[in-house]
Design a protein around this ligand. Structure first.
Ligand SMILES: *Cc1c(COP(=O)(O)O)cnc(C)c1O
Length: 361
């Protein structure tokens, strides 16, 4: 007999909120200035558009499921083993597959209080428990992480540099974290902003050799390819084999792979983007501090700006939005008195400074 019951999603999915993307509404007639999603301040290298055309004229074929050209290029540039690279439709796909493989009911994910919001989502998706430890001065504390490890902890996630804080911990601290974590715990080092800290010359790719650590990077930030959905990571062979089972086998479009490969080949252009971003960031952070606002030292293409109160931060967000400038409110992180501002062009950041300075008076 057929029962007449309404269709229902699984309870843990029903209980989830929709993923919170930035509110992109602005007054009509204003030009939109996007400082809310940590996108690059300039388009990708002009030469790379040509890479797309053959991908499009041969679009009847599925894309390369092994990302051959892309992996070889990444391996050349970073001096890592191409066999240990997996590419994702953005590094979010890799985080998603890692969490679905290693987290789950009865297992715990450990990260810090201002960790990347997508980790909360993945804890809910996988029905794992999520443990958040305090940061110190908006910076990851390895001591706090180590003190919070439990028998059921399976994944420790550290974005380094972090989002939304922009801060980072050094290679020595990452090594200490790995050395003191149980071997049975997977350590995910998310270097989505790694290119902005490469000049410090503290790569951690060698940690992958230990067999229980992965390092993730993306084309969405320094390479200016957020729309193409391409990320990559370095994985121990066993972990790569496990998570691939859960990934879409044809995840990155041929156009996305072609463009990401061309962008990786043009390191000079990416380095120029990073240098330009850092120069504008320095000036902007100084300007914010001169207004009496707190700005943790950033190693990324954004800054976290702390106002004197929640009301001040909201007033600033509204004043910027009224001029078409979008920044990111941080209420979801328990940082309602902060706004995260992506570093845009010099004149855009000057406009932000001018608006906030006018508010002060
Ligand atoms: C932007 C970002 C990502 C990557 O996003 P994709 O576009 O999916 O590659 C990953 N981690 C952090 C911390 C980020 O800020």
């Amino acid at each position: 007999m057929r029962m007449n019951r309404p269709l229902q999603a699984q309870p843990h999915v029903t209980a989830m909120a929709s993923y919170a993307l930035a509110d992109l509404s602005i007054p009509t007639g204003k030009k939109r200035i996007m400082l809310a999603q940590n996108e690059s301040l300039r388009p990708p290298a002009p030469g790379i558009a040509a890479a797309v055309s053959s991908a499009v004229t041969e679009a009847q074929f599925y894309p390369d499921a092994d990302w051959q050209a892309l992996r070889t290029t990444i391996a050349d540039v970073h001096g890592v083993n191409a066999q240990q690279i997996l590419c994702g439709a953005g590094s979010m796909e890799l985080i998603d597959a890692l969490m679905r493989t290693y987290a789950g009911p009865g297992r715990r994910i450990l990260t810090t209080q201002y960790a990347y919001a997508f980790i909360r989502t993945m804890a809910q998706v996988t029905q794992a428990e999520l443990d958040l430890v305090d940061e110190v001065d908006f910076t990851v504390s390895v001591d706090h992480l180590l003190a919070a490890v439990q028998d059921e902890t399976r994944v420790v996630f550290v974005a380094n540099p972090g989002n939304p804080t922009g801060t980072r911990i050094g290679r020595a601290e990452i090594l200490r974290l790995r050395a003191e974590l149980p071997e049975s715990v997977l350590l995910v080092v998310d270097e989505a902003y790694g290119e902005f800290a490469d000049a410090l010359n503290e790569p951690v790719f060698d940690l992958v050799e230990q067999g229980n650590t992965v390092v993730l990077r993306t084309f969405s930030k320094a390479y200016g390819l957020a729309a193409m959905r391409a990320g990559w990571g370095l994985f121990p062979p066993d972990i790569a084999g496990q998570i691939r089972k859960l990934m879409n086998p044809n995840n990155i479009s041929a156009a996305g792979q072609a463009v990401a490969t061309a962008a990786m080949q043009d390191q000079a252009y990416m380095r120029e983007t990073v240098a330009l971003t850092m120069e504008i960031r320095q000036r902007f952070a100084d300007d914010m501090r001169s207004l009496g606002l707190r700005v943790p030292t950033s190693y990324t293409n954004f800054v976290l700006v702390q106002f004197s109160s929640l009301a001040q931060a909201q007033q600033a967000e509204q004043a910027l939005r009224a001029e078409g400038i979008l920044v990111r409110g941080m209420g979801g992180y328990g940082l309602g008195d902060c706004l995260r501002m992506t570093i845009g062009k010099a004149e855009e950041m000057q406009q932000v400074t001018d608006i906030l300075r006018a508010m002060e008076g």
